[in-house]
Design a protein around this ligand. Sequence first.
Ligand code: KIV
Length: 276
Amino acid sequence: MKKKMSVLDFKKFKAEGRKFAYITAYDYTTASIVDESNVEVILVGDSLGMTMLGYSSTVPVTMEQMIHHTTAVVKGAPNTFIAGDMPFGSYEVSVEEAVRNAIRLFKESGCDCIKLEGGTKYVDRVHAITEAGVPVMGHIGLTPQNATQLGGYKVQGGTPEGAAELIEDAKNLEKAGAFSIVVECVPSVVAKAIAKAVSVPILGIGAGPDVDCQVLVLQDMLGMYPDFRPKFVKIFADVRAEMLKGLNKFHEETLSGEFPSPEYSFNKEVDLSKLY
Ligand code: KIV
């Protein structure tokens, strides 16, 4: 059985050059499967707004929904480090509100850290939440909660100025207390430079191979979510096709009467003669 990572292990893994893997999960059953796998970290991402709730973006996701899903994942994956995502609107307004909501998510769900999107502009939140005793994972590059402002789901840091800004963001997040940083959708060379600039691990999603950890959305890498497939997603198993096969077989056997056979029925004899 795998040993659950601690916050301290993140920096240690990076110092030792030891890579690890990070996947999303939003429910008990999926979390229990990830827990049984060798994947070290789970993110209960606000991407659940799209994959679980059918919204077209992460913007409508609420604190209550994040707590609801994160609580289920925590129950299903006792041996896996779990990050809970702060939804849009839960940390932008003030430092105080950010701390209050971070404590709520951490305390009510039992997750191991919270993640929030944004670089230098939110280092005051990262510092205050960390000081309050809640470990913080940063998230820079493409920040999906601001996709509209960024002009869509686009590669970030594609200019020397943009790259320099991301490196600065990462350094400032580390200084503020972030123990790891998600870097999403940036050119590989830029992600490599960010990873070199800080001593906390860079958790890359669409950030190339030269980072400390790879992140993917589970529904993407198992081919389950058909609405949108970013370039960086590799399908590791076609679970959607397998599910469709199973569902159609169930339908076929229901219509033919092949299911349920005696094996799947309660075959005890009961005398019904007195009923007629
Ligand atoms: O919500 C999410 O799934 C994320 C990942 C894309 C990193 O933030």
